[in-house]
Write a new protein. Structure first.
Length: 416
């Protein structure tokens, strides 16, 4: 396996720490939490300082759940301020590496591939990580933590599992740590990429530690969990072929669709919106005789939560079939979504190519493939002639559907 020097740097208690820095306070000795005080005791705590975490206050709880004997400061959320600080941090990273070797994973977390810089700086990956973290502290007042690994996966897991409790907030994992550290992770949702729903499914199979995923072969997970099952098995064995540079390149040429919902959605009505968006993107692919082999799915919760996630999956075969695109998106959705109010959905299709040929899977029904293709052509032709609302699925008549509203906004015809 290829061995790189990947840093995964996270800003410790980011929102709460920024509020402390702005007030000239130390987040390690200050009981501060970020929440909207106008919502009363039911307000969600978006972030808490390390001191409050030590006292058992969670960063995604409700204010009324905090024990009465704990005194704290409430800071209203200021997203524009946090974005400003995040940009400062990114500029610090770019002082050490090029943009091709930087992947901004979230507002407070980034991956840096420093493999080709160690000789230049005459440093080890640990000493360079410390230099970057010291610079962040000096220029912004914020404390950071860092996981180091031979690939992005192990760097991220080292960050999540070990760095936050290490003396210098740095943890380095190598391939030798897979059996002794990675395989011992329990409960399973402590592992990057395993959500609570996936953990429950694995627990039902008698799997409670990451290493126990090896009870079954890779094809078992592929059949049971779909396209993410293969990735699950690889990650359980410390295998990750993705590169920091590729995380940027896949965005350059893509078809994307983003939708801010007109009200809060939940776990049960959001899949309908995802289905409609996949249908629109698949139609765009077909109209341009294109296929995709890389699917990005992102979700943002309501402003009161100010949290989001973005993940992607590379396909073994290119497609423009909306059902296949939808299945990938739903696999990501089911593995990472939390039971919180949802306000924005983003889907992007990368690695766009001309549809020069069709590679049929021997295990699929060829006749069914052909019928689906012909049906899509007929639907596309009707929509092109009479407008997108001329032919709709029955689900589009449901209360939570947004397809008719969006089509009317676009004038009733494809605007691609």
């Amino acid at each position: 396996m290829e061995e790189r020097n990947i840093l995964c740097i996270d800003l410790k208690s980011f929102f709460a720490s920024v509020e402390c820095v702005e007030r000239g306070l130390d987040p390690f000795t200050t009981p501060l939490l970020v929440a909207d005080p106008s919502r009363g005791g039911g307000a969600i705590t978006l972030a808490v300082t390390p001191l409050l975490k030590e006292k058992g206050v969670p960063s995604r709880g409700r204010i009324y759940e905090i024990p009465k004997n704990i005194k704290y400061i409430i800071a209203p959320p200021r997203m524009s301020l946090y974005v400003k600080y995040s940009k400062k941090i990114i500029n610090i990273f770019l002082d050490f590496v090029s943009k091709e070797d930087l992947h901004v994973y979230s507002i407070d977390e980034s991956f840096l591939d420093v493999t080709d810089y160690l000789k230049l700086y005459k440093m080890t990956d640990i000493s360079l990580a410390k230099k970057i973290m010291d610079t962040i502290k000096e220029k912004t007042g914020l404390t950071s933590t860092c996981g180091i690994g031979p690939n992005m996966l192990l760097a991220k897991v080292a960050l999540d599992i070990e760095s936050k409790t290490s003396e210098n907030f740095i943890a380095k994992w190598t391939y030798d740590d897979i059996k002794t550290k990675l395989w011992e992770i329990s409960p399973l949702d402590k592992m990057w990429g395993i959500g609570k729903q996936t953990m429950k499914k694995l627990n039902d199979l008698g799997i409670h530690k990451v290493g126990e995923i090896n009870k079954y072969p890779i094809n078992f997970y592929k059949k049971r969990f779909g396209v993410l099952g293969e990735e699950l098995w690889y990650h359980a064995n410390g295998i990750d072929q993705s590169k920091v540079s590729e995380k940027i390149e896949t965005i350059n040429k893509s078809y994307s669709l983003s939708q801010v919902l007109y009200k809060d959605y939940n776990l049960y009505n959001t899949p309908l919106i995802i289905k409609e968006m996949c249908s629109a993107l698949a139609k765009r692919l077909r109209n341009n005789n294109k296929t995709t082999s890389c699917i990005h799915f992102g979700l943002a919760y309501s402003k009161i939560v100010s949290s989001s996630f973005h993940h992607s999956k590379t396909l073994t075969e290119p497609t423009n079939d909306e059902n296949k695109i939808y299945n990938v998106c739903m696999n990501i959705f089911n593995n990472y979504v939390e039971d919180l109010p949802i306000r924005k959905i983003m889907i992007a299709l990368g690695k766009i190519e001309n549809k020069n040929y069709v590679q049929l899977n021997l295990f699929e029904e060829i006749e069914k493939e052909e019928k689906n293709s012909e049906l899509n052509k007929i639907i596309d032709a009707i929509s092109k002639k009479f407008g997108d609302n001329a032919i709709l699925k029955a689900s589009s008549l449901m209360e939570y559907s947004t397809i008719k509203r969006r089509n009317n906004t676009l004038g009733g015809h494809n605007k691609y």
